[in-house]
Structures are given as structure tokens and as C-alpha cells.
Design a protein around this ligand. Sequence first.
Ligand code: S3P
Length: 205
Amino acid sequence: MKNIDNVKFQDEKNTFKDVKEDSKDINIKNRFSYNIFLIGFMGVGKTTVSSFLSSLMNMKEIDIDNHIEAVENMTVSEIFNKFGEKYFRDCETRTLIELKEKQSMIVSCGGGIVLKEENINLMRTQGKIILLTASPETIFERVRYSTDRPILNNNMNIEFISSLMEKRREKYLSAADLIVDTNDKSVEKVCEDIIKELNKHNNSF
Ligand code: S3P
């Protein structure tokens, strides 16, 4: 199963209480009626941001990778090894279809969710898509010791991350309703930026 590999984010979770108090200017009491999908490259912090955001906004969360691991009773790496990437991608689509039944969920997506147009359409019809971004250098620092991302196994270097990110860039950008940068930001700040952006755009969505 996936661990939160960013120690900085982990520490900052402890200051959650302070943030909640400091966030008076943010309309955190109003839960959003639609699903909120967090997308972005591996290591942008989707899982960490999702769990913090769900506490902050009192919304339930689902991590698609974790959900697939539970359903398949295998880790993502084992699924890739045993059944291949296509099978895993189909599991992602199946999970998004299941989510049609749910509302007001924070959904943390795997980094490759945008690879299928069908997935982007499924997310669009259910809610809003927030793209988290970070530089290849930041990503590398966050994921360099991770062994549970099959795409990066044997490719753990800035050049590979940078070129894969470039290949996916258009897909991420075309899917996103909102873009929030995570470079040099605490998890609280990222969540604050997300909520502010959502509140700002809520009427125009
Ligand atoms: C993948 C990202 C991973 C996981 C799988 C494939 C990708 O999720 O879904 O290893 O293709 O970018 P995270 O983005 O949460 O690491």
C-alpha cells in the first residue's frame, strides 16, 4: 500500500487545528455538492492534500489507487506486474464509473488518470477537476525513495520525470478546471488555495 512519502507534509498535518481556526475567511462550512477530483503527476501531493482537504471541508475522500488495491487485493505494482498497465487503467475507469453514485467526495486520482479521454469525461460530468502541479525537481525530491510507483521503477531521475511530465502536460491542462501549484507550499497553503479558487469560481462553474 502507498505511504505518504513526504515528511514535510506529514508534519504539517499536526498543525491542522491551527489552520482550521485561521481559515475564517474561507467558506469551509459550505461543502461542495459535486465531487472534487485531484489530478496531477506522481508526487504532486494529491493523496496528502486530499486527506487534509477532506478533514478541512468535512467531505468524504476516496483514493483511487487505494480503492483499486483493496478491490484487487494487490498493490498497484503487483497489478502492473501480473496483469499489465492496461488492466490497471481499466480499473481506474471502473472506479470512476462507480463514483457516479457518489456526491461531495474528494477524489485523489492516480497520476495517469488523464491518459484516457473517457476518464476525463467521467470526471467532468461528476464534478470539478483540480490540477496540482510541481516542478520535476520538486517531484523527484518527493518520490525519489518510493518503490511503489511502477512507472518510475528503474526511471527514478529528473530527466525521465521531466520528459513524462511534458508528454502528459496537454492532457493535464485540458482536463483541469483549476490549477494549483504546490512548489514550496505547505499542505495547509495548498488546501487554502484550492478552497479560495473553488469559492471564487463556484458561481461560474
Ligand atoms: C501512475 C501514478 C500512480 C499510480 C500508478 C500509475 C501514473 O499514482 O496510479 O503507479 O501513471 O502516473 P500517484 O500519482 O498517486 O503516484
